[in-house]
Design a protein around this ligand. Structure first.
Ligand code: AMP
Length: 456
């Protein structure tokens, strides 16, 4: 998952990067970092925590220069070390370099073993460290040629921003799986970011999406230079639209909120429910629930309140209070729900834990019937292209039919959006990456290959 930003030619690049990362906080909350170059040196600051906690005015001031790259790291199971924060910085033959990466490389284990065989040493589990080693060990002369050498050796999903002391290189894999957009800053300079919501906050003008397989080179006094490295085979990730991206972002010319509305409407067509009220699981199911309610012509209510101030709970609830975690976060408005037949809409079903607790909560609040609807198809395969998913065995839809899951979670019925319905909602102009639903690992890897252990 994760977010990246690259800023070039800005008066105070670290500030622009900071606000961009702040806007993209939803893409990763575990760690954050920014590096800047002032033409002579690269300075890096990275730490565990949220963007607004990690950076102070003093730290931003210490990051001087007109070029910055930044990253928000998503927390993935079993790999929560501060050393895994990005940017990854190194000194090498040509000087200094700093890299941020969003995505997941499917051949990272093979690449790493080859590098280790040749004497490389590693400090983290991140595939970004592979990238820096491949650049440093390349026999090519110029940095641009070393970068090209590196990208021919990596496979999978990647959006990269690479900073040297005087230039910035931005690369998107040929499938364009993870989003990346190019914008122009109001006071001069350029910005690339995982999501366009960053441009809205910093007042940048959206120019276009970075093309799949494209490398952009930013150099002082010049327009960005574009080079098509690979033949594009565009497969933008459907999960960005379903769950991950912010509703105000625009990916591939399509607004995320509107796509979610459409998925909800399609869901109402495919799997309607005879109910009095439609409720979203906040916040992830709001837009789809709105579309579902519109499609059915049934009232939509924000019948569950979300407490936004819940951080992590370190005290494990006992069996008697096993719903504590979800109750701390979500609370039903009993007056709305009592005696009603309700449809509850979420964007996706992964392990089934959240839905089980929500159904129980609604029944306890007096709902007569609870019909769960999911505005995505059944997730049967782990994504290997940058969305953190559990193992195949942990995905509930791998082992159970919708009817069996409905029984397990205590719902009166359960319905999913079909794969065809999802394609229809997103638009048939693209071959979307649907790997979690159809198991088509078109960019390499398999259900068994490495996931996002180093953050996505
Ligand atoms: P589960 O309880 O495991 O079925 O998870 C379903 C909930 O997790 C839904 O509310 C989704 O919005 C959310 N979700 C879906 N995919 C992810 C993901 N990759 N990481 C974190 N949460 C997710």
């Amino acid at each position: 998952m994760c977010a990246i930003v690259g800023v070039f030619g800005a008066k105070k690049a670290s500030t622009v990067a900071y606000y961009s990362l702040f806007a993209m906080q939803h893409r990763g909350q575990e760690a954050t970092g920014i590096s800047t170059s002032n033409g002579e040196h690269i300075a890096v600051y990275k730490k565990r925590g949220m963007v607004s906690d990690v950076f102070s005015q003093a730290t931003l001031d210490s990051l001087d220069g007109t070029c910055a790259v930044g990253h928000n790291r998503y927390s993935t199971a079993g790999s929560e070390s501060a050393g895994d924060a990005q940017p990854v910085f190194a000194k090498y033959k040509l000087g200094e370099i700093s890299i941020v990466h969003n995505g997941n490389l499917v051949n990272k284990n093979e690449v790493r073993s080859r590098l280790i065989d040749r004497g490389a040493i590693f400090q983290t589990d991140m595939d970004t460290e592979n990238i820096i080693h491949l650049i440093a060990k390349s026999q090519n002369g110029a940095l641009v040629d070393r970068i090209k050498d590196m990208i021919y050796k990596i496979e999978g999903a990647y959006c990269l921003a690479i900073q040297s002391r005087s230039k910035m290189f931005v690369i998107r894999d040929r499938f364009g799986i993870r989003p990346l957009s190019l914008g122009r800053l109001k006071d001069g300079g350029w910005i690339v970011a995982s999501e366009t919501c960053a441009f809205d906050l910093v007042g940048a003008e959206f120019i276009r999406d970075v093309r799949p397989g494209e490398m952009l080179i930013f150099e002082e006094g010049k327009e960005p230079h574009s080079e098509q490295i690979f033949e594009p085979d565009y497969h933008p990730c459907a999960f960005e639209y379903i769950y991950f991206a912010r509703p105000d972002s625009i990916i591939d010319g399509k607004n995320v909120y509107q796509k979610r509305l459409q998925m909800g409407r399609q869901l109402a067509k495919e799997t309607p429910a005879d109910v009095d009220l439609v409720l979203p699981v906040p916040d992830s199911g709001v837009a789809a629930a709105r579309g579902f309610a519109d499609g059915l012509g049934v009232p939509f209510e924000m019948g569950i309140v979300r407490n936004h101030y819940v951080g992590r709970t370190f005290i494990e609830p006992t069996q008697e209070i096993r719903d504590l975690k979800v109750k701390m976060k979500l609370s039903p408005i009993k007056h709305l729900i009592r005696g009603k037949r309700v449809a509850i809409i979420d964007d996706s079903l992964v392990r089934g834990t959240t839905s089980k607790q929500i159904v129980r909560m609604l029944k306890e609040a007096g709902a007569k019937e609870v019909h769960m609807r999911i505005a995505a198809p059944e997730i049967k395969y782990p994504c290997r292209y940058g969305i953190d998913t559990p193992t195949k065995q942990e995905l509930i839809s791998t082992s159970y039919t919708p009817e069996e899951i409905a029984e397990k979670i205590g719902a009166d019925s359960l319905g999913f959006l079909s794969i065809e319905g999802l394609k229809e909602s997103l638009g048939t102009d693209r071959n979307y990456s649907l790997v979690s639903f159809d198991g088509d690992y078109f960019a390499g890897g398999s259900a068994e290959s490495p996931g996002c252990a180093g953050g996505c």
